[in-house]
Design a protein around this ligand. Structure first.
Ligand SMILES: N[C@@H](CCC(=O)N[C@@H](CS)C(=O)NCC(=O)O)C(=O)O
Length: 237
């Protein structure tokens, strides 16, 4: 196999799997579960986080999910189907890629961990007020860009790297796509509740109709749904 992928079943990791599968690349998956004490070798990622992709042919480890997407496109998307090859068009894709993964995803992650860790309702409310402003700002921008592009994608006309990035941060806003996370798993359940709360209280996608249409369209693709759902099985142990 040309690649070893170290992963956990979360959005940061699922976006890499979605692209590997879309490009038809062979890879071997290694499940990383820090909740049962797994430690990732720091040569794979200096912060011990996943996803981390080992390119066995070149013996190089790539980390940060956005960078892994770029690496895979540079090596395998030779026609520019997922990420344009021309610098000007490519830069427009990268603007959205970094916005989605760098800003939106990070805020969402902080929101979930802060609200989960908050000890009092007052602390929780503070985190929500701060994070929800940024989250709404982004959801509004994504929805607006969909109205500008008019064809169900933020950019381009066909399934591409930006669709993959957007899907990987929005799928858990959807009740059908959001998996039954670990009924027996304390941390899984906390994440589930935080996310459910996020959907219901602060960022109900019904306020962003084009994003809802986007998710519904993705839900019609069984391959995509399989990828998103199957990888969550570890939470149900
Ligand atoms: N910015 C990083 C985020 C990576 C990240 O936060 N990974 C989490 C899973 S979503 C992780 O490895 N958590 C386990 C740990 O910290 O031990 C990326 O996009 O790759």
């Amino acid at each position: 196999m040309p690649y070893d992928l170290y992963f956990m079943p979360t959005g940061n990791n699922i976006r890499v799997i979605l692209l590997l599968e879309a490009l038809g690349i062979q890879y071997k998956k290694h499940l990383h579960n820090p909740f049962i004490g797994d430690k990732l070798d720091f040569t794979l990622n200096p912060t011990g986080k996943v996803p981390a992709l080992l390119d066995t042919e070149h013996d190089i480890a790539i980390f940060e999910s956005a960078n892994i997407l770029l690496y895979l496109c540079d090596k395998h998307d030779t026609e520019g189907q997922f990420l344009p090859l021309q610098p000007i068009e490519r830069a427009q894709y990268l603007s959205w890629l970094f916005k989605i993964i760098g800003e939106f995803q990070t805020t969402k992650q902080l929101f979930i961990s802060s609200t989960t860790a908050a000890k009092t309702p007052k602390d929780k409310a503070l985190f929500v007020t701060r994070a929800s402003k940024v989250l709404h700002q982004h959801l509004k921008a994504f929805n607006h860009q969909m109205s500008v592009n008019k064809n169900g994608h933020l950019l381009g006309d066909d399934y591409n790297i930006i669709d993959i990035a957007l899907l990987s941060v929005l799928f858990d806003f959807d009740k059908d796509l959001y998996p039954k996370m670990g009924a027996n798993d304390h941390i899984g359940m906390q994440l589930y509740l935080a996310n459910k709360w996020l959907v219901l209280e602060t960022a109900d996608l019904t306020k962003y109709p084009l994003l809802k249409v986007f998710i519904d369209k993705m839900k019609n693709n069984p391959t995509i749904v399989d990828i998103i759902k199957s990888d969550y099985s570890m939470w149900e142990k």
